[in-house]
Design a protein around this ligand. Structure first.
Ligand code: ADP
Ligand code: ASP
Ligand code: MG
Length: 408
């Protein structure tokens, strides 16, 4: 008997009617002879609403209490979906993360799944029930409720699919697959039939929120076939799968972007060995992730050191750097939150030269200034003024012929 894990995101369970529509879809899969485990998100907007409530109490709420609060969003939808199935004569049972249990580490707000005890789910499936599991949450070794970071229900679904050795993990969302770029920004974006784990991992980590990065990591490590589908329309969706033949892959498969960026510069730093460490050491000690890094050539023994961080970490980064700058006798610290990062991604880049040149040419034709550049084997990212983000995405989408599915 095939076993599938289906995950429904916030928009897909955003109202009573939509939860009922999900129940019909789940029922259809079950009636077709499949064992079904369903993972649901909170109703759309709910997690944000809960975050606002928390901030009304404390501008920096305790991470543990925040998790206790945020996890309630998913507890609502598992119970409602279970009721909707039962009302249709289908046996169903809901589980919170702690009831499964899904055990995580204790890193509140960004916990990692360590173990899934599958026996309770297996027993319920064997009895003929549909099992509904709350996404985004788990429980640590001490019994504290944890959450997995925004978008974490994707990771719950893939991790469950891995633990249960499911035949497929289906991610139902508000788009009918993975596109060459976010279709909300470029309506001419094209749905991909397949994408490799590696490319999807880059796309996700570079800002394409259609799948949480960690879910793709899980899928890749445990070889879980993941399919992204629309919960509103029928169609084949996009299969995330292993690489087949990179030589034949297009040079660029997609354009990802992120607004969640901020740039900081320590200027006039004495140019001597150990400077990068002196600046970045305290940042990493504060658990802040540094992304693109740039050090200018020095003039008169001094240099500028620039890097990007997530926007939410900007204030703390500036605070730390002011201290560091004083110690190093640097000239000053500057910051800019009005930036964005645009990236071209493709495993085909490995076998094609000149992608960076095409990218820079296309951006320069639109007079878009590149502030920073970062490359790897399968991606090129540029940091630009946020004002030009949408223009840059469309320009690159066109420059790489993505809407037509060919390469110029
Ligand atoms: P859910 O609530 O179902 O988890 P998300 O909002 O997290 O849904 O993810 C779906 C959204 O991801 C889409 O509505 C789309 O705007 C966005 N998105 C970003 N990049 C892409 C892409 N390359 N392909 C498809 N969707 C994308
Ligand atoms: N409800 C959580 C969020 O909004 C988790 C998810 O939807 O995947 O981030
Ligand atoms: Mg999501």
């Amino acid at each position: 008997m095939t076993l599938i894990v289906q995950k429904y995101g916030g928009t897909s369970v955003g109202s009573v009617e939509r939860i009922q529509a999900v129940a019909e879809r789940v029922l259809a899969s079950h009636r077709a002879g499949q064992q079904v485990v369903v993972v649901v998100s909170a109703m759309s907007g709910e997690t944000d609403r809960l975050l606002q409530l928390a901030r009304a109490m404390d501008s920096r709420p305790s991470p543990r209490e925040l998790d206790t609060l945020l996890s309630t969003g998913e507890q609502v939808t598992i119970a409602l979906l279970s009721m909707a199935l039962q009302a249709r004569g289908q046996a169903a049972i809901s589980f919170t993360g702690g009831q499964v249990p899904i055990t995580t580490d204790s890193a509140h707000n960004k916990a990692r799944i360590e173990h899934i005890e599958a026996s309770r789910i297996r027993n319920a499936l064997a009895s003929g029930a549909v099992v509904i599991v709350a996404g985004f949450q788990g429980v640590d070794g001490q019994g504290n409720i944890t959450t997995l970071g925004r978008g974490g229900s994707d990771t719950t679904a893939v991790a469950l699919a891995a633990a249960l050795r499911a035949d497929e993990c289906q991610i139902y969302t508000d788009v009918d697959g993975i596109y060459t770029t976010d279709p909300r920004v470029e309506p001419r974006a094209r749905r991909l039939d397949r994408i490799t784990f590696e490319e999807m991992m880059e796309m996700a980590s570079l800002g394409a929120k259609v799948l949480q990065t960690r879910s793709v990591e899980f899928a890749m490590n445990y070889r879980v076939p993941v399919r992204v589908l629309s919960s509103f329309t029928d169609g084949p969706g996009t299969l995330v799968t292993e690489e087949e033949n990179a030589m034949e892959a297009p040079r660029v498969s997609g354009i990802a972007f992120s607004r969640n960026e901020a740039k900081v510069t320590v200027s006039g730093v004495p140019d001597r060995p150990g400077i990068a460490h002196a600046i970045l050491g305290p940042i990493s000690a504060a658990n802040i992730n540094v992304d693109v890094i740039l050090q200018n050539v020095s003039a008169a023994g001094r240099t500028d050191f620039t890097f990007t961080v997530e926007r939410g970490d900007f204030d703390r980064t500036m605070e730390i750097l002011r201290g560091v700058a004083e110690q190093l006798q640097a000239e000053g610290v500057r910051g800019d939150t009005g930036i964005a990062k645009v990236s071209a991604v493709g495993v085909g880049m490995r076998s094609h030269a000149g992608i960076a040149a095409s990218m820079f040419a296309a951006l320069s034709k639109e007079n878009i200034n590149i502030q920073m550049i970062s490359t790897s084997e399968i991606k090129i990212s540029v940091v630009i003024d946020e004002k030009y983000l949408e223009l840059a995405v469309r320009t690159l989408h066109e420059a790489f012929g993505l809407e037509r599915g060919d390469t110029p």
